[in-house]
Design a protein around this ligand. Sequence first.
Ligand code: THU
Length: 130
Amino acid sequence: MTLKDAARDVRKNAHAPYSNFKVGAAIRTASGTVYQGCNVENVAYPEGTCAEAGAIAAMCAAGEREIAEVYVIAECPAPVPPCGGCRQKIAEFAAGDVVVTLATTDGIEKSMTVADLLPGAFDASFMDNS
Ligand code: THU
């Protein structure tokens, strides 16, 4: 299954009763395994958990930490941009040159790198103050 198909399929399982905006995300890791995530909203936190965060959680739960490629899809007029928090979460597990493809369900795609998505990212190296 392609990363695109994995993201498109999991999007169907999104739980988005408050925004009515379903998002699917798929991550391929360095091992070649694909992890999927969809957004999940709830009444106390209607903004919910993003699809990208769900895919990252699945990856970590499986013991993996190295993202090789990301695909995110939603039904919108232009390719869905990951929120700021998800950009930081992706950058935690991906090199700057990793490709993130943003897509619409109508088939418009925009490929960016992690460094494009989050220029000047904060990372653990900045905490080296010894
Ligand atoms: N959302 C995602 O899951 N990923 C994105 O890249 C953008 C936004 C979700 C969060 C929330 O459930 C809904 O879309 C509206 O913000």
